[in-house]
Design a protein around this ligand. Structure first.
Ligand SMILES: [Zn+2]
Length: 498
């Protein structure tokens, strides 16, 4: 859903219309459009470094790459900070097979954060357990207990369908755990044997039950075999490697502001990915765009009123750990964060920016977006979204935007082995990088502050108005917000000077 407020006078974005020659924003955008470093960087991330799951050598290489890419860009400072992760998880050699001589090969992948099965795997009777409708498994408690449950999720044919998949899978997992099932096998939501990996919960904890995704065609064949033989038995092997906590990293860079250097406009994207494919659309494209925004701004000699901070977050896929660590470390600085802009919706064209329900930001956002319209209109969107690194800033009352990108080419390879460099349309990545740079720069250079930080009561109202409260309750993170480690951070009293 998008919202189009009436056109406004352009007084806010005064610098975009500086007399005599192209504006600062225009200079930066032209550099990005002609950049040779953006395609080179994106190729390095996707094709040389490859998958970057937190805790892997790929992510460590990506952090080293990010540090040197920012340094080469010539920014004022670069910082690498630790992000504590609760546990290490890696898939072992997953196996699913039919017992008793009726077998056929089944391609399967462990769900992320699934527990490991015992050394000899699990053998149990299979049972079809529906499509993830609420209450369905609970009603068949006696019949489904101790069995390996096959869940036939709907085939996904749009980005919105991925949210339905996540919801249905979470419902199935919770109910299966409650009735004491042996495990859950999901028929993949995307066809042609495509394998992918998601989490079944967003709290970065090991699931209560083992689960795996079966290639759609193999899963459907298994369901037909089960129709013919209702006492079919299966074996599930998930020798996942699970370990203790460790640190992954965020990488930040800064261009200090000329008039109000303490006020920060943060442009961010996550650097980590899943371990299948190369995490190229999710989210190397946007990580490279953030680096490019910094490089182009320095190269164009831009020095905005406020400080531009660029952040590549770690540990996003496992539970938004990088942005949460950033926030915890800077609890005393959050009042100085004028805006946070996050890009994490694939590599398609940017259609607009969501203000996460903050209607008070629309007028200033419109003023920032309007000068960019000649390269394709960017719309302010009011609808609020969970699911990326902007979210915990929203919970802290910081004005936070997320780029709304065209997802028509994104959903098909989302979190899958097909998220690879060949899916990249470089002109689209350039355009997304240009939008990111222009919006960050536009906000950093506004005469007045982009928006205020909301109080705890203000955030409570926002969560209710946007329906995020219900989403958070479903996702199991409402208590974190009420009293836990996502609670509102009042600024710490500054230490007395000696
Ligand atoms: Zn992502």
């Amino acid at each position: 859903m998008s919202f189009r407020p009436p056109a406004l006078a352009l007084v806010f974005a005064a610098s975009a219309f500086a007399a005599g020659g192209p504006s600062q924003v225009e200079k930066v955008v032209r550099r990005i459009e002609a950049s040779r470093s953006l395609p080179r960087n994106l190729r390095t991330l996707c094709a040389e470094i490859g998958p970057r799951m937190a805790g892997t050598a790929g992510m460590r290489r990506a952090v080293a790459w990010a540090r040197s890419a920012f340094e080469e860009a010539g920014v004022d400072s670069v910082e690498v900070e630790p992000v504590p992760m609760p546990l290490r998880w890696e898939e072992g050699k997953t196996g699913v097979g039919v017992l008793g001589g009726q077998g056929f090969p089944i391609r399967a992948a462990s769900s992320a954060l699934s527990p490991a099965t015992p050394r000899d795997g699990i053998e149990a009777e299979a049972a079809y357990a529906g499509i993830g409708s609420p209450g369905h498994i609970l009603r068949r408690r006696g019949e489904l207990a101790d069995k390996l449950l096959l869940i036939r999720l709907h085939e996904v044919d749009s980005f919105e369908g991925l949210a339905v998949e996540q919801r249905d899978a979470m419902i199935a997992m919770r109910e299966a755990a409650e009735i004491g099932a042996a495990g859950v096998l999901f028929v993949a939501t995307r066809p042609n044997g495509l394998m992918y990996r998601h989490v079944n919960g967003i709290q970065g904890k090991i699931d209560p039950l083992p689960s795996a995704v079966l290639a759609r065609e193999d899963g459907l064949r298994l369901l037909r075999a089960l129709e013919d033989n209702p006492s079919l038995r299966l074996r599930l092997d998930l020798p996942n490697k699970i370990g203790g906590g460790y640190d992954t990293h965020n990488v930040m860079a800064e261009i200090r502001g000329s008039e109000r250097p303490r006020e920060i406009v943060l442009l961010g994207a996550h650097l980590d990915s899943w371990d299948m494919g190369a995490g190229c659309l999710d989210n190397a494209s946007n990580a490279a765009a953030v680096v490019e925004a910094a490089r182009a701004a320095v190269a164009a000699g831009v020095r905005p009123r406020r400080t531009l901070r660029f952040a590549l977050f770690g540990g996003e896929e496992l539970g938004l750990f990088g942005s949460r660590a950033y926030i915890r470390r800077r609890r005393g600085e959050l009042d100085n964060h004028v805006a946070v802009i996050v890009h994490d919706m694939g590599a398609g064209p940017v259609k607009g920016y969501s203000v996460g329900g903050r209607r008070d930001l629309l007028e200033n956002l419109q003023a920032v977006l309007e000068p960019l319209a000649e390269r394709g209109p960017l719309e302010p969107v009011t609808e609020a979204f969970f699911g990326s690194d902007h979210f915990d800033f929203l919970l802290q009352g910081v004005p936070s935007l997320i780029a709304i990108q065209d997802t028509s080419a994104y959903y098909a390879s989302y979190h899958s082995e097909a998220d690879t460099f060949d899916k990249i349309d470089m002109p689209q990545v350039r355009a997304a990088a240009a939008a990111a740079a222009a919006v960050a720069l536009g906000i950093a250079d506004l005469r007045e502050r982009f928006g205020k930080r909301l109080s705890r009561a203000g955030v409570d109202d926002l969560l209710r108005e946007t329906g995020l409260d219900e989403q958070m309750k479903f996702l199991g993170i409402w208590d974190d917000w009420e009293t836990g480690d996502r609670a509102y951070l009042e600024p710490r009293t500054a230490p007395a000077k000696r």
